[in-house]
Design a protein around this ligand. Structure first.
Ligand code: SF4
Length: 716
């Protein structure tokens, strides 16, 4: 080993620190191994299977055979991709984007980016979209991950700021895990939970999940509710807390607004009624309420099971209401804690790289917020037209309203719901630009232009994890082939466009180093709830830090609202009275099963990176539809045989697996496999059957509930 580079794991929102060991060879530096960073506060040296095999995603063979190594374009739709120089492709793209803008207006261009990007990349895309092109049509695949958590925090606490930290896992006396299979999706955090349980036998762990997951197996109380009924459970628990006088009346009176309206709303949501709606026992609802309210410190962890829902915001706010009503917030070990799926979903929120946000947690629909950012950037007034969010952007493209889509570091032709619609949208666009590190994603089939992006171990910048902790990402290798860091690709096209659009003005994109983008980003946070004006790259060299970190600070803040002053203008938190609404789609005789999708322990998203590591397939080598044994018997199906899963939108063919961790009348599919693995050519993969409906407040699509049928495949 010749060198060690300190960086951050690129997989999930835990944000573990890694040490990358490299050695010099005749072919150049090569990564020989990855170790957990013992000095990183997120993981203290631990790694999960994905993190521990990271080096296998950057071997010389993977870098040569599985990476997009040079720019490519199609001379015509359906033609084969051809190599092209960076100079030629940048000029071609600038001209084509300018032509679309001139003919159809700025809102004919959309940007669909990713929570895998670094904060600096997000800033570059945001400045191009809003500051130069003049559109708010920029959204991220983080819309599929945490936008309901964002809106839930803003509506109740006043700001998109998780108020808790990982240390609270060690300090809580009750852990309330809702819609999170932490053991598989955030494994290093689960190690903390296991350690907490070993250290404190009196710790109460409640898991809310329709499936008996590995996390649920660990619980003192597992609540296997009917899919989509979380709000009924949380409101039933609140009813019990009010009835039993387990609420903190002084806290409610001094620090909140809106309690009486919510109290009136939940009057009829008795624990018995909640039990009827959720399929749980009344005693289970009562037990959960008592442990939550009466434990010295209750911490709730929640993730996609709440967020990926047509009532995602309602689920988030209903859970936060429990914290506010019982005073379980603003103290060590107590509070709501949304876990982010992606490594930098938080950075995207901070930079405003989403349709509904501007930098520094500003609002694109507020004139003052737009003016502040335009003044900071030195650009024309920012657009005041609403931006399209992820699903809406593809719906608009399918209608012909968006003509050009620039997609970066994500694979919508596999990962968005209702694949038939997404693929129709991509086919209808005049120009699809795909900026991607790996070859062979489903979206590449629709791309007119492919831009090779650098990836993990080749990039410099920053990411923010679930506990608001910002860590440096550092390059250990030069980018593979001709690939470039994402922010550089954006810059090099943008400067050609601004030569036409702003010929006499100073460049908005005069960046040579990622630090310059970082400094622009942190300047936009001055005076905001996430103020990081004091957090320079030099400061981050010493240690990762949590925000806020204003100028003059010595360290970031572990917990928020310890002074009981919330982020609404009057300092008071809000209860938002909102009735329980059942899932948008109903099961019926034609589609009798409730399907949910989710993660496997050892794979990541569409597997473009984790799929390069054979070892990771040992856990689950292929996809399977999970069904309860009674449902298999009732349909006279055979475990292991191929079955056809059909919804009102599409169908797919997949092997069947018996799983008594599910309730009868429900089904589960892993999210990772696309058309290239599931059912072969002409099939659309897991998202053939999911629904494009979304939460009206957060615009996050429903990936946890689709009514489906399952039938045998006739192979004769
Ligand atoms: Fe990487 Fe997440 Fe595993 Fe940590 S828990 S090593 S961040 S995948």
């Amino acid at each position: 080993m010749d060198r060690t580079t300190r960086s951050t794991c690129p997989y999930c929102g835990v944000g573990c620190g890694v040490l990358i060991d490299t050695t010099d060879t005749a072919e150049g530096p090569q990564i020989t191994g990855v170790r957990g960073d013992p000095d990183h506060p997120a993981n203290a040296g631990r790694l999960c299977t994905k993190g521990a095999t990271l080096h296998l995603t950057a071997t010389p063979m993977v870098r040569q055979q599985q990476r997009q190594l040079q720019p490519a374009w199609r001379p015509a739709r359906g033609a084969a991709l051809q190599a092209i120089t960076w100079d030629a492709v940048e000029q071609q793209l600038a001209e084509r984007l300018l032509a679309v803008r001139a003919e159809h207006g700025p809102d004919a261009i959309g940007f669909y980016i990713s929570g895998q990007l670094l904060t600096e990349d997000y800033h570059a895309f945001n400045k191009l979209a809003r500051g130069l092109v003049g559109t708010n049509h920029i959204d991220s695949n983080s819309r599929l991950c945490m936008s309901a958590a964002v809106v839930g925090y803003k509506q109740t606490l006043g700001a998109d700021a998780p108020p808790t930290c990982y240390e609270d896992l060690n300090l809580a006396s009750c852990l309330f895990l809702a819609g999170t299979n932490t053991a598989w999706a955030h494994p290093v955090l689960f190690r903390r939970i296991e350690a907490a349980r070993a250290a404190r036998p009196d710790l109460k762990i409640i898991v809310v999940d329709p499936r008996r997951t590995e996390t649920a197996e660990f619980a003192d109380l597992h609540l296997p509710l009917r899919p989509g009924t979380d709000v009924a459970l949380f409101q039933g628990m609140l009813h019990a807390c009010i009835w039993e006088d387990w609420v903190d009346r002084a806290f409610i009176e001094q620090h909140t607004e809106g309690f009486e309206a919510l109290k009136a709303l939940v009057r009829t949501m008795t624990p018995g009624e909640a039990a009827r709606l959720t399929g749980l026992k009344e005693a289970q609802v009562m037990q959960a309420a008592q442990w939550f309210a009466q434990s010295p410190a209750s911490l709730s962890l929640y993730c996609m099971g709440l967020n990926q829902s047509s009532s995602g915001t309602a689920k988030n706010t209903a859970l936060i209401h429990l914290h506010l009503a019982t005073g379980q917030i603003g103290r060590p070990g107590a509070g709501p804690f949304s876990l982010t799926g992606q490594p930098n979903a938080m950075g995207g929120r901070e930079t405003g790289g989403m349709a509904t946000l501007l930098p520094g947690h500003r609002d694109p629909m507020r004139a003052q917020d737009r003016e502040e950012i335009a003044a900071l950037w030195g650009c024309d007034p920012l657009p005041d037209r609403p931006g399209r969010t992820a699903v809406e952007m593809f719906e608009a493209a399918a209608r012909g309203e968006i003509k050009a889509l620039w997609i970066a570091c994500t694979n919508p032709a596999q990962s968005l719901p209702d694949q038939a619609l997404v693929r129709a949208a991509l086919s209808r666009c005049e120009l699809v630009i795909l900026q991607e590190a790996f070859v062979g994603t489903a979206t590449a089939d629709f791309a007119d232009v492919l831009l090779p992006a650098a990836t993990w171990a080749e990039k410099d910048g920053t990411v923010t994890n679930s506990e608001r902790r910002i860590s440096r990402v550092r390059a250990a290798l030069a980018p593979a082939g001709e690939s470039k860091p994402d922010w550089q690709i954006v810059r090099d096209v943008a400067v050609r466009m601004e030569a036409v659009l702003r010929p006499d003005a100073a460049s908005l994109f005069a960046w040579e180093r990622p630090q310059q983008l970082w400094d622009e980003h942190r300047a936009a946070t001055r005076g905001r709830d996430l103020d990081i004006t004091g957090l320079s790259y030099e400061q981050l060299e010493a240690a990762p830090q949590q925000w806020p970190f204003p100028e003059g600070a010595q360290q970031g803040r572990a917990r928020l609202y310890e002074d009981r002053r919330f982020a609404h203008a009057d300092g008071r938190a809000r209860f938002v009275a909102r009735p329980f609404v059942p899932p948008a789609e109903r099961q019926d005789a034609s589609y009798p099963l409730a399907l949910s999708t989710g993660r496997l322990r050892d794979q990541w998203h569409g597997m473009s990176r984790s799929g390069t590591v054979p070892r990771l397939f040992a856990h689950a080598p292929s996809p399977a539809l999970h069904l309860h044994p009674t449902d298999i018997a009732r349909r006279r199906l055979q475990e292991g045989a191929l079955v056809r899963v059909a919804s009102r939108r599409g169908a797919m063919v997949v092997p069947l697996r018996a799983d008594d961790a599910l309730s009868p009348q429900s089904a589960w599919l892993p999210m990772h496999w696309g058309s290239e693995f599931v059912g072969g050519q002409g099939q659309l993969g897991v998202n053939a059957v999911t629904q494009p409906v979304f939460c009206p407040d957060a615009r996050q699509p429903e990936l946890k509930f689709a009514a489906v049928s399952v039938t045998a495949v006739d192979l004769r």
